[in-house]
Design a protein around this ligand. Structure first.
Ligand SMILES: NC(=O)c1ccc[n+]([C@@H]2O[C@H](COP(=O)([O-])OP(=O)(O)OC[C@H]3O[C@@H](n4cnc5c(N)ncnc54)[C@H](O)[C@@H]3O)[C@@H](O)[C@H]2O)c1
Length: 548
């Protein structure tokens, strides 16, 4: 229904009406007045999504270093869209709107909302009039128009631009505006600042806005809060006053004693830091794709190669790429830089300059297709076909031991296998709903699902993530081990074959199987294939030779 917003647990909330705004502002004014009387600063966090909800709670949990009393009152402001409005009433119950594996998230949100009463959420953007500081945590996506071609895509600036306009029209001129969204380099100075200045001029305000940038380095998983609060930050301001204010603010709310700030001269430098940091990671992962194929075709186990290299301290952060490089950031951030070079900074030689960053993301975006080829080939070696085969994909999230499915390589594997006619089941101990499949017609936005790059996708809306591995293995012809979730590491081949009801094809996408496990699968009559692990053929021949 258009006038309600449904939470992931299925609870429906009616969207606010025009008449609700005045009462809501009255509530917020009362809370802000009380907080100010207690000496607290009022902070508005725009966007209470994955990052904003937790950042809001961290700020609300802040205490004055001397008095040890809470020093901030936080208003999380969220637009009342059908997709996101539910986050407001849920947060106001003291319940986290984001599902996190970090045990610190839920109690911190409950504590700030219910006990300390330093955190509330609202749909009324007029709350911006009350702010001493605004933190912007809305999304800035990069839309790709074809699979494996980043160059034709574009940054989606709509949410950020709308937020900046709302801020410019409402904030007091001395309010600090801090953009934490990952943006295309140049956005703070050349997109956001003009919007604020224009809005200030229309209000007859003479002073320049206090605009700053500091990006998030959030890592989903058990260290979610720590990755925001107890981690190094980079920041900058559009002018010396803004720089001074952002340093003060971050020093108050984050653990900068142990994790000192890096202060850059200009926002374009801190924006570029984020984009280069993530493009670097995306690039070393993409580079391993060619060596992964090399390894498969030449009897080499890339997993062992990487372990051997990692003993060198200079190379210790090398990681195997798995079936794709997901998460919200690595697939898009390089695109923001590529796009900004032309569309914000005005250069025409985008394609000539950028060779590596777009290619790296294109390679990462399509790596999962090869995992589907391995499934096909493993079945072929057993005299079977992919069409109609019962496939169990183990692991829907983009990395081990988290429930975040955004842009996971697993999605690409499933979509390609569905296109080739496989019957798909999915298991994941951490994911309750795989919205990229269940809600593929509307998520991440209508017309934006990877569904559009494949045929025969409609049935995937019926896929449900299962939790009982033993039960869902029954009758399975192919087990795709897609993510290094802890429960998958020690799986006994004897159990898997017993639960499946007979020999099956096992495809390892993430260096999950030990050589002993691989050997045992072959002894049990299974077929094994793996991304980047060419030595499997050798193990297979050894087992066959022993049988003769
Ligand atoms: N999630 C991560 O792991 C991660 C890590 C590092 C950096 N980041 C960056 O942090 C930023 C936020 O990411 P996220 O994962 O929290 O996104 P998200 O989509 O979960 O949250 C954004 C929220 O902003 C809201 N919003 C949009 N327009 C608004 C408006 N005009 N007013 C108020 N609210 C509005 C949306 O409804 C949504 O709830 C992005 O730039 C992202 O790249 C994310």
């Amino acid at each position: 229904m258009a006038n309600q917003s449904v939470s992931p647990t299925g609870e429906a909330f009616a969207l606010p009406q025009e008449k609700d705004y005045a009462a809501e502002m009255k509530r917020l004014e009362g809370l802000a007045r009380k907080a100010r009387a207690e000496g607290k600063e009022i902070v508005v966090v725009m966007g209470v999504g994955f990052v904003g909800a937790v950042m809001a709670a961290i700020i609300a949990d802040t205490v004055d270093k001397k008095t040890k009393k809470p020093s901030k009152f936080v208003i999380g402001c969220q637009r009342p869209s059908t997709r996101s409005y539910w986050k407001i009433p849920v947060l106001n119950r003291g319940v986290s709107p984001v599902k996190a594996e970090d045990p610190e998230v839920d109690p911190m949100i409950a504590r700030c909302v219910l006990e300390k009463k330093t955190l509330t959420a609202t749909f009324a953007s007029d709350c911006l009039t009350l702010a001493d500081c605004v933190v912007v945590d809305v999304q800035c996506d990069y839309t790709k128009h074809s699979l494996g071609n980043l160059r034709t895509g574009e940054a989606d600036m709509a949410a950020l631009e709308a937020t900046m306009k709302a801020i410019g029209e409402r904030v007091r001129p001395e309010c600090l505006v801090l953009i934490e969204t990952t943006v295309a380099p140049g956005t703070t100075e050349f997109v956001a600042q003009p919007i604020l200045k224009k809005a200030f001029a229309a209000r007859g305000l003479k002073r320049p806005p206090l605009l700053a940038h500091s990006f998030e380095r959030v890592m989903p998983g058990r260290e979610y809060v720590k990755s925001i609060r107890d981690f190094w930050r980079v920041c900058s301001g559009c002018n010396p006053a803004a720089r001074k204010r952002v340093v003060r603010f971050l020093t108050e709310v984050l653990n900068t004693g142990q994790f000192p700030l890096t202060v850059m001269d200009r926002p374009i430098e801190s924006e570029t830091t984020k984009i280069v940091e993530n493009s670097y990671r995306a690039t070393i992962l993409a580079f391993l794709n060619e060596w992964s194929l090399f390894a498969e075709r030449n009897g080499v186990d890339l997993i062992k190669v990487i372990e051997a290299i990692k003993v060198r301290p200079t190379h210790s952060n090398m990681i195997f790429p798995g079936p794709g490089i997901g998460g919200y950031c690595l697939p898009k951030d390089g695109g923001l830089g590529f796009w900004a070079y032309k569309h914000i900074l005005g250069f025409e030689d985008q394609d000539a300059l950028f060779k590596i960053t777009p290619t790296a993301i294109d390679v990462n975006d399509t790596r999962g297709l090869h995992a589907a080829e391995l499934v096909r080939d493993a079945l072929r070696n057993m005299g079977r076909y992919i069409a109609g085969a019962r496939v169990l994909l183990a692991g829907a999230s983009y990395r081990e031991d988290v429930g975040d499915t955004r842009y996971s390589g697993s999605e690409l594997v499933v979509r390609k296998l569905a296109e080739m006619g496989a019957e798909i089941r999915v298991h994941d101990p951490y994911v309750d709903h795989w919205y990229e499949l269940e809600s593929q017609d509307t998520y991440p936005a209508p017309g934006q699902s990877w569904k559009r790059f494949f045929r025969s996708q409609d049935d995937l809306v019926h896929v449900r993530v299962e939790k009982d591995l033993k039960a869902c293995l029954k009758g399975t012809e192919v087990l795709v081990l897609a993510v290094r979730h802890t429960p998958y590491l020690g799986l006994s081949p004897d159990d898997v074959v017993k639960w499946a009801g007979g020999p099956l094809a096992v495809v390892d996408c993430f260096g999950i199987l030990s050589d002993d496990q691989i050997r045992r699968y072959f002894e049990l009559g299974c077929e094994v294939k793996a991304l980047g692990r060419g030595h499997i053929q050798r193990i297979k021949e050894e087992v066959r030779a022993k049988r003769k």
